[in-house]
Design a protein around this ligand. Sequence first.
Ligand SMILES: Cc1cc2nc3c(=O)[nH]c(=O)nc-3n(C[C@H](O)[C@H](O)[C@H](O)COP(=O)(O)O)c2cc1C
Length: 358
Amino acid sequence: MIKPFKIRDIEINPPLVLSPMAGVTDISFRRLLKGRGGIGLTVSEFISVEGLTRHNPKSKRQMRFYENERPFAVQIFGGQPARMRMAAEMAEEVGADILDVNCGCPAPKVVKHGGGSGLLKDHPRLEEILTEIKKAITIPMTVKIRAGFYDHTINAIETAKLAEACGAEHIALHGRTKEQGYRGQANWDLVKQIKETVGIPVSGSGDVTTIEQAFDRFRETGCDGVLIGRGAMANPWIFRQIEDAMHGREPFQPTLEDKRAVLLEYFEMLREDMRELAAIGRMKQLAGQFTRGLHGGALFRTAMYHSHSVTEILDRISEYFETISEGRQYFGEAGPPHEIIEAPALDSCELASVTAAS
Ligand SMILES: Cc1cc2nc3c(=O)[nH]c(=O)nc-3n(C[C@H](O)[C@H](O)[C@H](O)COP(=O)(O)O)c2cc1C
């Protein structure tokens, strides 16, 4: 039975979380997806505590959120307890509902300074960080971890127990090691084991892209929540579809018009929020993920890739969706071929030599 859960008194309803993704889940993307429905909790991109505590404007911007996005978690990363504590205080000050600590990022520049997944192999440091943060904030502290650092040092259960002992109120596990990166399959059995071990809510992350997979993961592991990251880039309606199925409704099926509208809406939000060039870059990223599997999607992605202005992007979107909604074949930037060259008929001698050579 899939039901809402609580992080202290904050209801996560439905129990579906938009997984944090650096460079993706910024304020515009979260607003876009929240608007499609079915999301119980959104999380910021991971934010550098070095940036925050040194008043880097980019890091501060990353903490922005919309009121109707609540409940909203700010995720921070870093390896220095004092800076983690200061950044956690800042997150509480800006009004975040939850403070999430990143213990999973595999990027070398993050790990080198002891942060992200580096904390999985340095439990004393993790303990100090969580204890410091816990003393400083009144909002719930949660932790997102990986299975372990190396493939031969899987310690997610110990990490989860430590986090709980330090006062964490929710654990999210991405069931891959730091060494694994994004290769192979996420290990959901570990989610089950953590759920059986700790008393706080536990959610799982990794490879959920369909309604069936979400249902299976809930049933197999008994987890409280499911996070979806990459699957939401390909299908912004995935949360709503899962929620529909949870309530016994026919899952929402977006039309081509819905798909076109979501791209345009996203582009508009991006342009409101950032410089034109940056908005164009982000737009290409989403369009790339979003049109996988759509008819002529690969050609559309190439056309988008070669677009360098707002007008070009808008033109490519109109051309593509107009063409496929009329059932015509999309030929990409080159347009339809101008003349069809008939292959010359082969006489029987040529046919014999072709057959012999093949
Ligand atoms: C582009 C990208 C950026 C990510 N950034 C973060 C991040 O900032 N913080 C974090 O905890 N996890 C991050 N992750 C991991 C995801 O939250 C998630 O745990 C992982 O992608 C597996 O889930 P999925 O298969 O649903 O994408 C990122 C993943 C991707 C693909």
